[in-house]
Unconditional design. Structure first.
Length: 268
């Protein structure tokens, strides 16, 4: 069985509080984008779990991969047959797009369906939360307002159909831990949910913020220039996604932009 783990962008991101457990509370809107990896599960083999990766290079061995960790969670629930997992990596890492989290969540969903494990969406979401803060979002993969560590969801009414979303990865790997270290938590005057659900998209430029931009742009000025270029080319709204380094722009007409060879981009 084959699936296509997609990515997400963040419509606004406020870092509201440092938690006693060392994590941070945030608020943001996760919005799915269909730029995706490819994932295939095949039953059989000489090992309980084998992972084969093509496409973009992924650091670390199989047992360090988040898909293997998802496999181990499933094993706690039910005995599994030997599995061969093929991942073709398209989504860049260290981009703030949730690519690794998506791979793990889609593995859980694919394995549940293919192996007829009959796990509920609620159970899959619970398992995904153990793998990463944004992993659970990809179980249902629909727009949500996220708070807490980014794993507490509320439904939100938002539809960007009719717009073009251009996502650009500028060839820079952003370290989430370092990105947080450069931020000072604070409570926003208006929540992301209120702005996104009540304000027209033309107002987002002045009302929505991503708190990571200040520290990321200071460290990587080329990322700030990329965001400005999106606006210069007609974006209605542009922002860093998550802790970066990918930047996205939302356009009314399909953008025609060229980027350096080390950049990756996707438009839908």
């Amino acid at each position: 069985m084959i699936g296509f783990p997609a990515c997400k962008i963040n419509l606004g991101l406020n870092i509201t509080q440092k938690r006693p457990d060392g994590f941070h509370n945030i608020e943001t809107v996760f919005y799915p984008v269909n730029w995706s990896d490819a994932l295939e599960i095949i039953e059989g083999g000489n090992q309980p779990f084998e992972l084969f990766i093509s496409g973009l290079k992924v650091e670390g061995n199989s047992e360090e991969n988040i898909i293997f960790k998802a496999f181990k969670l499933l094993e706690e629930v039910q005995k599994l047959p030997p599995l061969k997992v093929y991942l073709h990596k398209v989504l860049p890492m260290g981009a703030g797009l949730g690519g690794g989290s998506s791979d793990a969540a889609f593995f859980l969903k694919l394995a549940n369906k293919q192996l007829k494990l009959n796990l509920s969406t609620e159970k899959l979401t619970e398992m995904a939360k153990k793998l990463g803060s944004d992993c659970a979002f990809f179980i249902e993969n629909t727009p949500v307002f996220a708070k807490g560590k980014g794993d507490e969801f509320e439904s939100i009414s938002i539809d960007l159909n009719g717009y073009y979303i251009l996502v650009v990865y500028p060839g820079v790997h952003s370290n989430t831990k370092e990105a947080y270290e450069g931020c000072v938590p604070s409570q926003p005057s208006r929540s992301v949910k209120e702005i996104v659900s009540k304000e027209p998209i033309e107002n987002w430029k002045t009302l929505l913020a991503n708190d990571f931009e200040k520290s990321i742009f200071k460290k990587y000025p080329e990322i700030e220039r990329l965001k400005n270029d999106l606006y210069k080319n007609g974006a209605v709204y542009a922002s860093l996604s998550g802790s970066g380094s990918a930047v996205f722009g939302i356009f009314k007409t399909k953008p025609e932009m060229k980027f350096p060879n080390n950049y990756l981009s996707f438009c839908s």
